[in-house]
Design a protein around this ligand. Structure first.
Ligand code: PEP
Ligand code: MN
Length: 263
């Protein structure tokens, strides 16, 4: 179902009046984690002003250490919904396990499956049944074929609104957090009709290199971007080193606009 042999015309995922996989580039941006009302509303205002159409932030966070900030959970979801009311931005947020799908789906416009859960097939099936569009991040050690087969689990449940997200893979290189596999963009576009967006923030892990790779992603044909932005990255509870300042995010939005039409 994910392949071009099944369907040759590109899938356009519609979220209200937004189209992902259509003629324009969609940018989802926001802080790694929802931390407070003030932090989230500031983030929402600044990403909207810069031209993003979706606010992305985590209320349930899959942290490597159990002692790191784990997210505000339902309180975080309520704040995301408040930010949507205030700004009109669509909400993208991660769902980590089957027991919270109903809760997260009540607040979110798009459900994110994180890299660690890409092959959690039970979760994929259950998320598909929520009927919400799914943002499927590539597993950090997954091949393109494994990634497309994970998408297949969602499609096979009758949910055709799948957006793929390249977020870097593990390699021997340690200067960056992961290695952004931009090859995946044209390869997935050749193999599949599904839209593909790129997350340079988690791929690289260092804010300085996010904008050049965002530009490269758009030039490679990506349908959109996922960018981490924080009103004050130095104080972020999660992923501060890769988060753009408001000024740097604005510059990114202007500079990708020179490559392709952004809405
Ligand atoms: C995230 O998007 O906040 C995240 C944790 O990313 P990944 O699943 O790609 O590591
Ligand atoms: Mn993050």
């Amino acid at each position: 179902l994910a392949s071009r042999a099944y369907r040759n015309s590109p899938t356009v995922v519609k979220v209200g009046d937004l189209e992902i996989g259509g003629d324009t580039i969609q940018v989802m941006a926001g802080p790694c984690a929802v931390e407070s009302r003030d932090q989230l509303l500031k983030s929402a205002m600044l990403v909207r002003e810069a031209g993003a159409t979706m606010l992305r932030g985590g209320a349930f966070k899959p942290r490597t250490s159990p002692y790191s900030f784990q997210g505000l959970e339902e309180k975080g979801l309520e704040l995301l919904a408040e930010a949507r009311e205030l700004t009109g931005l669509r909400i993208v947020t991660e769902v980590m396990d089957a027991s919270t799908i109903e809760l997260v789906a009540k607040y979110a416009d798009i459900l994110q499956i994180g890299t660690r859960n890409m092959q959690n097939f039970f979760l994929l099936r259950e998320v598909a049944r929520s009927g919400k569009p799914v943002l499927l991040k590539r597993g950090s050690s997954s091949t393109i074929e494994e990634w497309l087969l994970a998408a297949e689990y969602i499609l096979a449940e009758g949910n055709h609104n799948v957006i793929l997200c390249e977020r870097g893979v593990r390699t021997f290189e340690s200067y960056t957090r992961n290695t952004l596999d931009l090859t995946a963009v044209p390869v997935v576009k050749y193999l599949s009709h599904l839209p593909v967006i790129v997350d340079p923030s988690h791929a690289i892990g260092k804010w300085r290199f996010v904008e050049p790779m965002a530009r490269a992603a758009i030039a490679a044909g990506a349908d959109g971007l996922l960018i981490e932005v924080h009103p004050n990255p130095a104080e972020a509870l999660c992923d501060g080193p890769q988060s753009l300042t408001p000024e740097n995010f604005q510059a990114l939005m202007q500079n990708i606009g020179a490559i392709a039409e952004v809405t």
